[in-house]
Ligand binder design. Sequence first.
Ligand SMILES: Nc1ncnc2c1ncn2[C@@H]1O[C@H](COP(=O)(O)OP(=O)(O)O)[C@@H](O)[C@H]1O
Ligand SMILES: [Mg+2]
Length: 263
Amino acid sequence: MGTPLVVVQDLRKMFVHMGRELHVLRGIDLTIDQGEIVAMVGQSGAGKSTFLHCIGTLDLPTSGKISLGGEELTSLSSSKLAAIRNRMIGFVFQFHHLLPEFNALENVMMPGMIQGRSRKELEPLANSLLAEVGLAERASHRPGELSGGEQQRVALARALVLSPKLILADEPTGNLDTKTSEAMHQLFFDVNRKHGTTIVVVTHNMAFAESMPRVVRMRDGRIEADERRADQRPGASQASEPESPARAALSEDGEGTVSAVPS
Ligand SMILES: Nc1ncnc2c1ncn2[C@@H]1O[C@H](COP(=O)(O)OP(=O)(O)O)[C@@H](O)[C@H]1O
Ligand SMILES: [Mg+2]
């Protein structure tokens, strides 16, 4: 087993909507290890976004526990949560939320600028992240001068700028065509492998989910299945490739092992 990064215990979330209680998360237990890349799938309304928002400290659960890097979140003040969010988590949403009046480079630097870091320190970092997502030549373009796929790649570079331990992505390719989506999916794998960043991606793209070493399926606010499988990607098991802890753990368990946890 690897080192747990996210530990969720009996997580519940209830909304009151027009006087009625809506139980959106109904007792979720999930552990995600450092270095894992995990797909979350499930029908619309299953609670995937709510779950991501809770582990991303963007929303508070009704009950249950979430620990991130050993720190219990549910007892922390909102300013402490904001500090943890900044330090540990990068987000990629379906819509990129880039600032239209800033260029790609400035958008990538923005989380660091907000923290008061200098442009001098951030600029080389942002440039190298833009190069990593294949946009070295687009640094001076504003979002309106980029394609949808390029905008999402800028959003991914921005999510990486503070070296988060965890990236939470909510249908990041939900708005892109098939070919552009595939390139973006590959980038998630590359980031996971190169930076060791733990990644949780909500997706409706079955091919993408199927290519993941772990797929968590949600249904009606619960985890219906949690499947691990050997990495199918070309080169994934080559000795020359640095292996993520999760994949090392997988191969120790025996390649091709698939386990399903009933809800
Ligand atoms: N702020 C809210 N108030 C009331 N109901 C909400 C709120 N946010 C989400 N819901 C409801 O919770 C359910 C799960 O939503 P969501 O987590 O967005 O699902 P998914 O991302 O799997 O499609 C939906 O029925 C949705 O309408
Ligand atoms: Mg959603």
